[in-house]
Design a protein around this ligand. Sequence first.
Ligand code: AP5
Ligand code: MG
Ligand code: ZN
Length: 217
Amino acid sequence: MELVLLGPPGSGKGTQAKLLAARFGVPHISTGDIFRKNLSEGTDLGQLARRYMDEGTLVPDDVTEAMVRERLRETDAQKGFILDGFPRNLAQGEHFDAMLSEEGRTLTAVIYLAVDRAVLMSRLTGRRVCPKCGATYHLEFNPPKAIGVCDVCGAELVQRPDDSEGTVSTRLAVYDAETAPLATYYQKSGRLREFDGDQPVDQVTRAIVESVAGTDD
Ligand code: AP5
Ligand code: MG
Ligand code: ZN
C-alpha cells in the first residue's frame, strides 16, 4: 500500500494517515512531523526548517526531497507507506515520480481530502496536540476525555505554533498557490481519488479503505 494524502492544512491528513497506517500495517510518514521532531531535538535540519514553518511557507524542495528519499529507504517503508504532507508542490511531485520509478515503485493512489475553507480555520485554531506521543485532538470536534490532557499518555496538550490565525492564513494561501496544482497533476495521470473530508473521522477512513483495499499494488 503506497498512498499519498493530499489536502489543505486541517483537512485531516494526519488524522487519517495514522488510522490508515495502522489498518494497512505500513508506516505513517509526515514531513511536517519529521521537521517538528528535528526542531524539538535542535538538529541542523530543525534549525533550517524553523523559519519556514513559523511563517507558514514551504521548506526548500532539495532539503525536503532528500529527507523523504532517506526515510523511504528505511526497512519499515519497504512494504509500503502513507505519505502525509509530501509532495507539496509540482516540483516535489515530479521529483517524487522520478524517485519512485528509480526505486521501481508505483503509487497505489493519491487520496485527496476535500474540506470547505470555512471549516479549515476552525479545525486548525481549535486543534491541540500531544507533544509527547503526537496524538491530535480538537477542542470541539474531538476533545480529550480530561481537558488539556492526552488520553493516550497523560501529557499536557499544546497548540502548534503555526496554528495561530495569521499563520493559518499564510498556510492556506501557500496551499492554493503551490499545492493545489498537484491535485490536477495527479488527476491527469488518473491517480487522484477525491473524498469528502467533512464527514465524521471514521466515515472518511471507511470510504478510503473501501476505495483502495481492492486496488492491486
Ligand atoms: P504539516 O504538518 O504537514 O501541516 P499542514 O499540511 O498544514 O497540515 P496540518 O497538519 O495542519 O493538517 P492535517 O491535514 O494533518 O489535519 P489534522 O489531521 O491534524 O506542515 C507544517 C509545515 O511543515 C508546513 O507549513 C511547511 O513549513 C513544512 N512542510 C511540511 N511538509 C513539507 C513539504 N513537503 N515541503 C516543504 N515544507 C513542508 O486535523 C486538523 C484538526 O481537525 C484536528 O484538530 C483534528 O482533530 C480535526 N479533524 C480531523 N478530521 C476531522 C473530521 N473528519 N471531523 C472533524 N474534525 C476533524
Ligand atoms: Mg498534519
Ligand atoms: Zn500523548
